[in-house]
Each structure stands twice: as structure tokens, then as C-alpha cells.
Design a protein around this ligand. Structure first.
Ligand code: ACO
Length: 411
């Protein structure tokens, strides 16, 4: 119809080309300290055989005392920006998905904005637990397709090891720390992000939760004595939800993209448990080679899991230009989300980013006149004191004004 109205009349305005969101940058950061199953055997009544056979996890990473969710996010974010070949100040929106923000306020995204040297972007956190990166990605796509933003930095970052009860063997073995990021950019070229599927099922609200610290139960000596500042989980119910929802959410996103599962070169699922990922493969009737996994190395890093996996999959040569991939996650809420993407960026660009952005060069400004307590959980103190661990002195008292943000990236 519009073709008849516009197309054939001399002087008629040409139809506006459709703006699409393409992944142009990706990056990840994981702390250097490794917490192995053997380390956990010394803390709780567990063993490597149980953990590997029930979860597929062999080790996970633990952030050092000087690291925070914001600092890890800033490193991953700068690496993604470096991969995209743009300057930090070209980012219009920063979305940071996390369930472990540095503070209740300000948003961790605001701290990251300053740390990466961006002066222009709107910045906000996304709270959708392990599905947070996928929710952020879908939001970025909407901002770009509507013309509100040209470049969006989406980050998933978590520091879960500070919110675990190291006497609860059913949760403390599962989680680890890290950050992953992607830059989405507007383009009129074909490809990029295609179909989105997002779900929230609040019947599962108390299946994974952290009871105290919020308005319902503010932190107090009593909430701490009850251990209500740690993550709690009904493992079996969560497992059931995950196996039921992951394949159906992924399938819906694939179908909304006009595709079938067989058209997808690689699924990048949330890395919670190898058995859950195997169930997704079975549900989609696909071999495990079509599922990306790195849960053995990092455990469950919640919102960071999908972007870390996506960055590693590209850098390992598992994704090439023209491939269709589907990212899919589930988490507390219960939430789930999937986005199908036609990959258009040169995979070689990401491989140089880790070396180009060093963690030591990235700084998150600390508050004036406030000394935080040592954040390392007592159960991990021995691990973090091992020779070779980088433990710069904790110096939270940094007088002075904020530095003007400006950080041109070396090309
Ligand atoms: N080591 C040894 N034994 C253990 C451990 C452990 N670390 N943990 C539990 N057990 C024991 C239990 O006590 C139980 O013993 P019992 O039979 O004597 O009572 C036995 O092992 C079986 O326990 P189950 O809970 O039935 O084990 P299951 O096979 O269900 O595996 C697990 C547990 C791994 C937690 C699984 O249920 C799971 O992966 N659930 C999903 C969790 C998940 O994905 N969470 C992420 C949510 S994402 C987010 O938003 C944060």
C-alpha cells in the first residue's frame, strides 16, 4: 500500500530504511582467583564427583577485595567498546544487569559510566536476575530500533561470592564472579537482532531469593544472625522451571525470527548447570555441539553468564559472519528471555580486546570519607591470601573531586 502511495510518484519521499540493532562489540572479564571443587571440599560436606556429576562445574572465579561489580563491569564494557572500534563517549545508553550491585544507590551503571570515561550516556541497572543481560539486550534493541540510541553498552556483571552462605552446600558450590558486555549499534544493513521472547512467572518469586536488605526486611543484627543476607534457593523447583522454560523460550524467539532451531548455528544458554543445558538440547532436538558451554570454568555467574559465554564463543571461532545464534537465560523471578541474532561483526576484532584493556588501568571512583569493611567472606579468606593473589591495599578514602571523564582508547 505504501509502495503504491509513495513509490511511483515523482518527488515522493523514499521509504525510510529500517534501523536494526547489530552486535558490534563484545568483551568479558573474570577475576584471576580460582575456587576449585577441591577448595569447597575443605569448607563444606561435598565432593568433586557430586558437584561435577550434578552440575558440570569444576571451578569458579572469586573477585579480589579491591574488585567490585562496577570494576569488573567497566573492564568488560571497555573491552566491548574496544572491539566495536568506537570511543566510550559514543555510547548513548549503558544498561547494567546485576543482582549484586555495588550499592543500593547509586546505580552500578552510573559508576561504570564514569569509570569508562563516558560523559553523555543515560545509565541504569536492570534487575532480572540471571535473565538480566537478555532483558537488557532486548531493551537496547528497542532503544536502537526506535531511534532513541545509536550505540548501547549492555553489561551483565555479578559478584555473587559475597552473598553466599559457605555452610550451605546446596548453593555455595554453584556461583562465581565475572562480567560480560556487548555493544549494540544502529545500522540499516540486514541482520542483527531478530526475534525477542521475554517471560516472567511470579509464582516462582520465592524459589531463588535474598530475604533481607530490602524494604520488607531492612538489614539488622537480627537479619544477619538469621543468615537472611545470603542467597536462598529451592534447587529442585528451580531446576524444573529451567528445564521447562529454557527450550520453549528459545524456540519462541527463533520462531519470531522466522526461523527453525536447525537454522541456529549456536545456542548460548545461561550457564547454570550442564544437565539443564543438556535438557534444552534434547527439548530442541539438537546435538550438544550446538549448545555453547563453559559452566565447568566459571559456574553460574548469573547475569554475567550469557555475555561471558557469547564473548568466548565468538573469540573461540564458534560464531562467524552470517551465523544465526540464540542467547537464552532463566533466573529468579522466575524470569526467562531469549534473543535470536544474525551475526554481522568480524570475530577477529574481539580477540585483541583483552590485551588492549588491562584491568589495572580501569578505576571506579570511591566515596570520600568512607572506609568499607573487608568484603571477603571469612570462609574465603584463606583462599584469597594464597601466594600469587593480587591484593592491593583497600584504600576507600580518596579525597577530592571527580576526575573529568575522558578516556580515549588506543587503537
Ligand atoms: N554436595 C554433596 N551433596 C549435596 C550437595 C553438595 N554440594 N548439595 C546437595 N547435596 C545432597 C542433598 O542434601 C541430597 O541429599 P539427600 O538425598 O541425602 O537429602 C542429595 O544431594 C540430592 O540433592 P538434590 O537437591 O536432590 O540434588 P539435585 O540433583 O536436585 O541437584 C542442584 C541440586 C544442583 C542445586 C540442582 O537442583 C540445580 O541445579 N537446580 C537449579 C539451580 C539453578 O539453576 N539455580 C540458578 C538459578 S539462576 C538465578 O537467578 C540466580
Amino acid at each position: 500500500m505504501s509502495h503504491e502511495l509513495n513509490g511511483n510518484r515523482p518527488g515522493a519521499a523514499a521509504a525510510k530504511p529500517r534501523i536494526r540493532a547489530h552486535v558490534t562489540g563484545w568483551g568479558r572479564y573474570v577475576p584471576s582467583q580460582v575456587l576449585s571443587n577441591a577448595d569447597l571440599e575443605r569448607m563444606v560436606d561435598t565432593n568433586d564427583e557430586w558437584i561435577v556429576s550434578r552440575t558440570g562445574i569444576r571451578e569458579r572465579r572469586v573477585a579480589a577485595a579491591h574488585e567490585t561489580t562496577a570494576s569488573m563491569a567497566a573492564v568488560a564494557g571497555l573491552r566491548a567498546i574496544r572491539t566495536a572500534g568506537i570511543e566510550p563517549d559514543e555510547i548513548d545508553l549503558i544498561l547494567l544487569a546485576t543482582l549484586t550491585p555495588d550499592y543500593w544507590m547509586p546505580s552500578t551503571a552510573a559508576l561504570v559510566k564514569e569509570a569508562i570515561g563516558n560523559t553523555r550516556a543515560a545509565a541504569m541497572d536492570v534487575a532480572a536476575a540471571c535473565s538480566g543481560f537478555v532483558y537488557g539486550f532486548a531493551t537496547a534493541q528497542a532503544w536502537i530500533e526506535s531511534g532513541l540510541a545509536k550505540h548501547v553498552l549492555v553489561i551483565g556483571a555479578e559478584l555473587l561470592t559475597r552473598f553466599l552462605d559457605y555452610s550451605d552446600r546446596s548453593t555455595c558450590i554453584l556461583f562465581g564472579d565475572g562480567a560480560g558486555a556487548a555493544v549494540l549499534s544502529a545500522s540499516t544493513e540486514p541482520g542483527g537482532s531478530l526475534g525477542i521472547e521475554l517471560t516472567t512467572e511470579p509464582q516462582g518469586a520465592y524459589m531463588i531469593w535474598l530475604p533481607a536488605g530490602g524494604a520488607k526486611s531492612p538489614p539488622s543484627a537480627e537479619t544477619i544472625a538469621r543468615g537472611e543476607h545470603f542467597i536462598r534457593m529451592e534447587g529442585k523447583e528451580t531446576y524444573r522451571f529451567a528445564t521447562r522454560t529454557l527450550a520453549s523460550t528459545a524456540l519462541e524467539s527463533v520462531r519470531k525470527s522466522g526461523l527453525e532451531p536447525d537454522d541456529i548455528r549456536l545456542f548460548i544458554p545461561h550457564q547454570a548447570n550442564i544437565r539443564i543445558i543438556e535438557a534444552v538440547a534434547k527439548g530442541l532436538n539438537l546435538p550438544m555441539e550446538r549448545m555453547y558451554t563453559n559452566v565447568d570454568k566459571y559456574g553460574n555467574t548469573s547475569a554475567a553468564s550469557v555475555p561471558i559465554a557469547m564473548a568466548e564463543a565468538v573469540n573461540e571461532g564458534r560464531i562467524d559472519v552470517g551465523d544465526r545464534i540464540t542467547i537464552v537465560a532463566f533466573g529468579a523471578g522466575f524470569t526467562s528471555g531469549a534473543v535470536t541474532i544474525e551475526w554481522t561483526a568480524d570475530p577477529a576484532r574481539g580477540r585483541a580486546a583483552d590485551a588492549a584493556v588491562q584491568a589495572d588501568d580501569v578505576h571506579v571512583r570511591l566515596p570520600v570519607d568512607w572506609d568499607s569493611v573487608d568484603p571477603i567472606p571469612p570462609a574465603l579468606a584463606e583462599l584469597m591470601a594464597r601466594p600469587g593473589t593480587v591484593n592491593p591495599p583497600l584504600d576507600d578514602v580518596v579525597p577530592g573531586e571527580p576526575e573529568p571523564a575522558s578516556r580515549p582508547l588506543a587503537r
